[in-house]
Design a protein around this ligand. Sequence first.
Ligand SMILES: Nc1ncnc2c1ncn2[C@@H]1O[C@H](COP(=O)(O)OP(=O)(O)O)[C@@H](O)[C@H]1O
Ligand SMILES: [Mg+2]
Length: 405
Amino acid sequence: MKKILLLGSGELGKEFVIAAKRAGLYVIACDRYDGAPAMQVADEREIFPMLDGDALDAVVRKHRPDIIVPEIEAIRTERLFAYEKAGIQVVPSARAADYTMNRREIRDLAAKELGIRTARYLYAKTFEEFKAAADKIGFPCVVKPLMSSSGHGQSFVHNDEELRAAYEGALEGARGDVKEMIIEEFIDFQSEFTLLTVTQKNGETLFCPPIGHVQVHGDYRESWQPYDIPPAALRTAQEMARKVTSALTGYGIWGVEFFLAKNGEVIFSELSPRPHDTGMVTLGHTTNFSEFELHLRAVLGLPIPAIYLEHYGCSAVVLAKEDSDKAPEYNLMDACKEDRTRVRIFGKPSQRVDRRMGVVLCYGDLPAGYDGDSRSFGKVEKPDLTPQIDALREKCKRVASTIIK
Ligand SMILES: Nc1ncnc2c1ncn2[C@@H]1O[C@H](COP(=O)(O)OP(=O)(O)O)[C@@H](O)[C@H]1O
Ligand SMILES: [Mg+2]
């Protein structure tokens, strides 16, 4: 039986573990705190800070996993190269995990080495550098710590008066030991989308139908699939995704994030070498395999005959309303009255305001004759499902608001 060491045990890890357990694998789930979502479904757990390289070494020595699956960015990723050398499969590869744990490496790779269109950007450590960078980029601009996720430490800066608070916020929101930030040109996009991309050991790179999403303060709130974008723009995004993932190497699913600018231009934003939060929509019966099942197959080098869109669908997050060391009471009664609706509660042991505690998933039938084969996306114009999806998004958000009273 293959042994998987999962580094990070959030809701995405939990669904991956469920997929792995269904395939009969043995999983050790790791995180900084006990009772994390993925631990609840794994065989064993380890509790330690994954930025601590020595603690990570000790856990790897103790369990001797066949496969290491990073679920978060904040890992002492330098150590992954040694594990890979020692014959452990690192997912998707040590290089991919290392390049994406810090915004600098991945951004420089995409923009400078691969020549992919991104927002213009500069880096800063001191306030003086920060101010100079903002002057060059112009207002409004976006500032993010080099190491952060889910909008932590991120802000939009509109004028000189806002510079100081944005700078302090980026320092405070930074995770780990990197006290540096990226300043980006603000992209006035029509929308943003995720292209779930699957790289395979024996097989070509696959793309799921695009996922549209909405973020608030840099944190995902809802997503839907498929997202209707012009075939030519989608092909551009697919090419960009293919380029970046092949430069990073390895097998697995990747969440590649793009902006669709108001002028129709496709702009690469960032990527995660693992299932993506906006991809949770696939848990709601949109595609024949969820992003977690796809990840598992790719990781194990198993064939994926095809990816089909089987329904259109959307997801809306359930956020905590208070700070407490206890989980909230969940009301499933109202949501379960709704047809074609699913609820996933992550089982986080404690809450704080706006922490993601669960997700609601809704889906609907594709119109007759709709070609759901993922290979046809980007090739042919699809019937526009925006009106149906807009209505479903409203339903999904309404249901999500009933879960925590
Ligand atoms: N340059 C930008 N212009 C406009 N919006 C941005 C820009 N960068 C980030 N955002 C917004 O903030 C969100 C989070 O930023 P992102 O770079 O994806 O960081 P994270 O790693 O926290 O997901 C994006 O999905 C987008 O909504
Ligand atoms: Mg992001």
